[in-house]
Design a protein around this ligand. Structure first.
Ligand SMILES: Cc1cc2nc3c(=O)[nH]c(=O)nc-3n(C[C@H](O)[C@H](O)[C@H](O)COP(=O)(O)OP(=O)(O)OC[C@H]3O[C@@H](n4cnc5c(N)ncnc54)[C@H](O)[C@@H]3O)c2cc1C
Length: 505
């Protein structure tokens, strides 16, 4: 059998595998990425991206296409059967400090096509469509995988295999890694529609209709699209709710049938599952292969992209001899608490929505409506940062302060992200020996005076400190004296442990 060799074998080219492949390619790692399907999955699953994810997707070449075909949410509301507001969230209407909208309602296939196009243009990365992983074995050098494609079966030897192969991950199953079930398992009918007659939207509000008779979600997606989700009731099966007649009945209270074209009808079970191990020697899991959450926070894909951003530079650093293998062990401890926190919130929201018992629903309404309406309205949640892997005080999401001269014509400044690429960033008040050593080791160094910082977010973060060091995944590693920061960074690369646990962002 033909045997080939690569540094990293990625299994699955969904949004997470494709993002990871581009990152690794940009960092000079050789990658073979296999995908059992021959084309991009043509229908959307995810509908919402947050600003941090847009920024990370920008680094993988996916955000511009999304930005051209998305719209912001004006509000996300949970209302009871009578239409009263139980709780609501309002995303900021200006751009987030990352330079991206707080919420983007988008079209997933548009993102995936953009990522695939970037992948095709990324040196060192080979994408093989129509190739399925059949199995793999470990050896002293990593793994040897058996891959079946149109031309037959080949063996691929790799230092690392990353399972980005979705909820039913074969990579996870072969490694014998179990799933921790966080106790949510509800079947929902998802109906995606396109709007007729050039109409762009039915509403800009994402709505959870918490009616115990039938919980329903109504969600604007990319312009020209709208999604509804209907919880299945006891005794209903997927087959029993899929007919045209049934679906027309479901949609009747919400929209005129003549205004819509049904693009997809599918029953999903919304789960809350977390893999017990995210790394086992040369085997690594990311995205839905590592965790699945109910969609009430719109964070499943966002979390997978954060996984790719976390593990990519660690793999590159280890493969280039810049970091010890222990750095890879920091992946799960850094990412898992974040995913669990979001999953717990999504489950909590899911429980509010999925209450079917009328008495429980009445008590829920009474409790929530007891608060004055103003207190039921919240700012859109900003997620916590990292709780480990940074110096004390670090861990927040680094703002993009812009870079270089004004581009004129109302275009503002370039992004610092574009200048720095996928490297770690050191912003300094003054160059010194430590900053030069950081640059020589592949880091991106820039003087604070080169950063326009129009929003003042960088100044607020630095608070007069001589330097800030930013991880390649754009979390702040720390602020302080340049030499001490660079030394702490080197120690972290070697050991996978940062000086002390950082406070939440
Ligand atoms: C109804 C619904 C709504 C959602 N809404 C949101 C939202 O608003 N925001 C959000 O962030 N997330 C949302 N999500 C979650 C989001 O869709 C997923 O988290 C995301 O698509 C997972 O991406 P992934 O790349 O990890 O996996 P997938 O997209 O599942 O990709 C896995 C890939 O691996 C391939 N593969 C599998 N096995 C093999 C094999 N043996 N060999 C080769 N290839 C293989 C598959 O063909 C597939 O292409 C939603 C999900 C659902 C179901």
């Amino acid at each position: 059998m033909k045997r080939e060799k690569t540094e990293v074998l990625i299994v699955g080219l969904g949004p997470v595998g494709a993002t990871l492949a581009v990152y690794l390619g940009r960092m000079g790692v050789s990658v073979i990425a296999i995908e059992r399907d021959t084309g991009v999955y043509p229908l959307p699953r995810a509908a919402h991206l947050d600003h941090e994810t847009m920024r990370l997707l920008h680094l993988a070449g996916g955000a511009e296409a999304v930005g051209c075909a998305s719209q912001p949410l004006s509000a996300y509301e949970f209302r009871n059967a009578a239409g009263e507001l139980l709780m609501g969230f309002k995303p900021g209407q200006r751009l987030a400090p990352t330079g991206w909208p707080y919420s983007s309602m988008f079209h997933q296939p548009t993102l995936e096509h953009a990522l695939r196009a970037r992948l095709a243009a990324t040196e060192g990365v080979e994408a093989r469509l129509g190739h399925a992983l059949k199995g793999y074995e470990r050896n002293a050098d990593g793994i040897v995988a058996t891959v079946e494609g149109p031309e037959g079966t080949v063996e691929i030897a790799a230092r690392f295999i990353v399972g980005c192969d979705g909820g039913n991950s074969v990579v996870r199953r072969i490694a014998g890694i179990g799933l921790d079930d966080l106790g949510f398992d509800e079947p929902w009918l998802v109906i995606d529609t396109t709007l007729k007659n050039g109409r762009e939207r039915l509403s800009t509000v994402g709505l959870q209709h918490c009616d115990p008779a039938r919980p329903v979600t109504s969600m604007p997606m990319a312009p020209g699209r709208h999604r509804w989700e209907f919880m299945l009731l006891p005794g209903e099966t997927p087959e029993s709710v899929m007919s045209d007649e049934k679906i027309a009945g479901f949609l009747a209270p919400y929209a005129e049938a003549a205004e819509l074209e049904i693009e997809r009808r599918a029953v999903y079970r919304f789960h809350a599952l977390v893999a017990e191990k995210w790394r086992d020697g040369p085997v690594i899991l990311a995205g839905d292969a590592a965790h699945q959450m109910p969609p009430f926070m719109g964070q499943g894909l966002c979390s997978g992209v954060r996984d790719a951003a976390n593990i990519s530079w660690k793999l590159a650093a280890v493969l280039r001899g810049r970091a010890g293998d222990a750095l890879l062990d920091s992946y799960q401890p850094e990412r898992e608490p974040h995913v669990r926190m979001i999953t717990d919130m999504a489950v909590m929201m899911g429980k509010v929505v999925c209450t079917r018992d009328p008495e429980e629903a009445r008590a829920r309404d009474e409790g929530m409506l007891a608060q004055p309406e103003a207190q039921r309205q919240n700012e859109m949640m900003t997620l916590e940062g990292l709780k480990s892997g940074t110096m004390p005080g670090g861990g927040g999401i680094f703002p993009d302060p812009g870079h270089g001269a004004d581009r004129g014509a109302g275009q503002g400044h370039s992004r610092l992200d574009d200048a720095a690429g996928c490297a770690a960033i050191l912003v300094v008040a003054e160059a010194c020996e430590a900053s030069r050593a950081f640059a020589a080791a592949g880091g991106f160094v820039c003087g604070v005076e080169a950063l326009p910082d129009a929003g003042g977010h960088l100044a607020g973060l630095m608070g007069g400190a001589p330097a800030v060091l930013v991880r390649p995944d754009r979390y702040v590693f720390g602020t302080g004296e340049t030499g001490a920061l660079v030394a702490a960074w080197e120690a972290y690369l070697a050991s996978g442990k940062a000086a002390a646990p950082a406070a939440a962002a």
